[in-house]
Design a protein around this ligand. Sequence first.
Ligand code: ATP
Ligand code: MG
Length: 358
Amino acid sequence: MTKIFDIAVFEGDGIGPEIMAPTVELLARMAAGSGYDLGWTHLPAGAAHYAKTGESLPAASMDGARAADAILLSAMGLPSIRYEDGTEIAPQIELRKALTLFAGVRPVTIRPGQPTPLATDKPVDFVLIRESTEGLFYTQGCGEVEADEARETLRITREISEPLFRFAFDMAHARKASGQGSGKVTCVDKANVFRAFAFFREMFDAEAAKHPEIEADHAYVDATALWMVERPWSFDVMVTENMFGDILSDLGAGLMGGLGLAPSADIGTDHAVFQPCHGSAPDIAGQGVANPMAMILSGAMMLEWLAGRHDVQAMAADAKRLRDAVDAVVSEGRVLTRDLGGTADTAQVVAAIQGALA
Ligand code: ATP
Ligand code: MG
């Protein structure tokens, strides 16, 4: 009997349900055509759910996510609904912590025809891996604040860094094998100033020594910001600390001409969440005009991750087909949502992608 991959689905808030429904439909249709099985478990969570029930991430949803083979999430949180203490409702951050999703994966891809502030038509395709559980976010919300001084801690551990670097080199191998990347990993740090980053780099070098066929490179974070603008095509896989990754991934989204085409994944040893980089976009929710591409590309990342873990060739092929279909629609430039300068609605873009798949 073939295995059914159980996908936990959080359709969330705002435009979340509008972009999730067609994505699930596309993925289900591809699976049926390619002979692997996807099962879908819809789980409640988010700001609207909190307003209704007083719970933003019910225990049963957390359990459902933990039990699934992969987690697909659209967007959660609304500016109008907050916890009583005024903090934002972000169950995706709770999931990241509870499931130890240490690798934040942010592909930076500029397709032909994609709006970008770069004055070049050279294609750009690299992946930024942001450590997502420690670094400068370790003391998040618990920094020490006195009358005239405040302190936060930069924490780098072997426990997280070693699997992080293993993950980065594995990704470089996979990208090289598929022809998508040149086979290079760049460790982005500030090892010249901070001992914690020298330690980070030491562990990177130890992992690099195990992969002689992958080029290992170092760069300081300030220079990296410059090079991401001057020559972004020279990167393949980039791996960095949490705060640096937070900042560089927004720079990456800027290069990509906005959020509508930016997918992401948060990956740990046994679990992974796939979601677009953008938020719930309450300003356009309910109008059927949201760009579904970042969500669909996140679905493609999920297929690729599952394919690698379970060695299902057809899934890897479908991930590529889906990416190529989005590329084709973007390059053609005829059916685009408003954020990409077009006039199409969500359904028209989905139909165009479906057409490019056929
Ligand atoms: P969060 O804090 O949850 O990340 P945010 O404040 O960064 O949210 P977003 O929800 O990402 O905000 O929206 C930022 C802007 O981008 C809004 O104007 C929104 O309409 C637009 N936007 C975001 N996602 C999409 C999308 N998929 N299609 C079209 N426009 C979008
Ligand atoms: Mg945001």
